[in-house]
Design a protein around this ligand. Structure first.
Ligand code: HEC
Length: 284
């Protein structure tokens, strides 16, 4: 019986660990992945067999003991039951109860002056120690109460939300990108452009190795979405426009794309001849 209990416990532990490790998997996913189910099954059978072997061995060896040894073995307690008896305490045997019976008698109901159970007493002592710390922390040194805790948690949550918003901005992709208009984004975009793009597109977007970015003509499509896509994925093979998603974050790509769209309609110093189709933004 004991070994079955152990197996059961073990299986629960294994399953819980698995559950934690493979967080996104839910119960159905286990069924969808039979190798996991089989592995767990094999594991359980192995443990059961192992438990049985240990038990049999134990019994065979027990049979070999002499009578005294058997008795000694059976009376000897393992530490767990020793601890248990210690915590529960022992009541006086019935024959000695007359020594501890109290004088009073309520309609025939009488009371024994048994010792308090040790576990109860330990709990009581622990609560005294706890009270001392609690009292000094919260009533002498005015520790945080629920209100101040709530306030600090609000502040923390606000910071966390701000942080999230920052990364959320970074989560833009081809589908969600919008033209950024904030000054900080545009100046960040200009910096990125001057650093990475002028070599081929010129400072004013007039074009060189890369096409003119100031005219209405686009080889790979105009508008923020197409530009974002071109900058992240690169141009046609062999043309020289690399996929910038290797080195720029999504937000940075959105910034540089928004910046270069401002070249539209400006007159660069040495404009390169228009390439591609005239792009008309579709109103959705
Ligand atoms: C090594 C040169 C080079 C660099 C550096 C470069 N580009 Fe390009 N770019 C090109 C070429 C060449 C094309 C044309 C690609 C094609 O024809 O497929 C192009 C195309 C483009 C287009 C599409 C134009 C159209 O007409 O569809 C955009 C937008 C663009 N680049 C933006 C950028 C940005 C932003 C950077 C900097 C992060 C950059 N490029 C850096 C060479 C470059």
């Amino acid at each position: 019986m004991k070994s079955y209990l152990k197996t059961f416990l073990f299986v629960i532990i294994v399953l819980t660990t698995l559950w934690y490790i493979s967080n996104p998997l839910n119960a159905l996913d286990y069924v969808k992945r039979p190798e996991i189910v089989i592995a767990i099954g094999v594991l359980i059978i192995t443990i059961l067999m192992n438990g049985k072997i240990v038990k049999d061995l134990h019994e065979t060896r027990f049979e070999k003991l002499s009578k005294e040894e058997k008795e000694k073995y059976e009376t000897q307690n393992d530490w767990l039951s020793a601890a248990y008896t210690k915590l529960v305490g022992k009541n006086r045997p019935i024959e000695e109860e007359h020594e501890i019976i109290l004088d009073h008698n309520y309609d025939g109901i009488r009371e024994l002056d048994n010792n308090l159970p040790p576990w109860w007493k330990y709990g009581f002592y622990a609560s005294i120690v706890f009270a001392v710390f609690y009292l000094t922390k919260y009533h002498v040194f005015n520790g945080e109460n629920q209100y101040t805790e709530l306030e600090t948690e609000y502040v923390e949550a606000k910071i966390a939300i701000e942080e999230y918003k920052k990364t959320a901005k970074n989560l833009v992709d081809f589908n969600t990108v919008k033209v950024l208009t904030e000054e900080s984004d545009l100046s960040a975009g200009k910096k990125l452009y001057d650093l990475n793009c002028v070599a081929c597109h010129k400072v004013d977007g007039g074009g060189g190795i890369g096409p003119n970015l100031t005219d209405e003509n686009w080889i790979l499509g105009g508008g923020i979405k197409n530009v974002f896509k071109t900058v992240s994925e690169g141009g046609r093979d062999g043309k020289g426009m690399i996929a910038w998603k290797q080195s720029l974050k999504p937000l940075e790509i959105a910034q540089v794309s928004s910046y270069l769209l401002q070249f539209q309609g400006t007159t660069p110093a040495e404009p390169k001849a228009a390439e591609g189709e005239i792009w008309i933004e579709q109103v959705q």
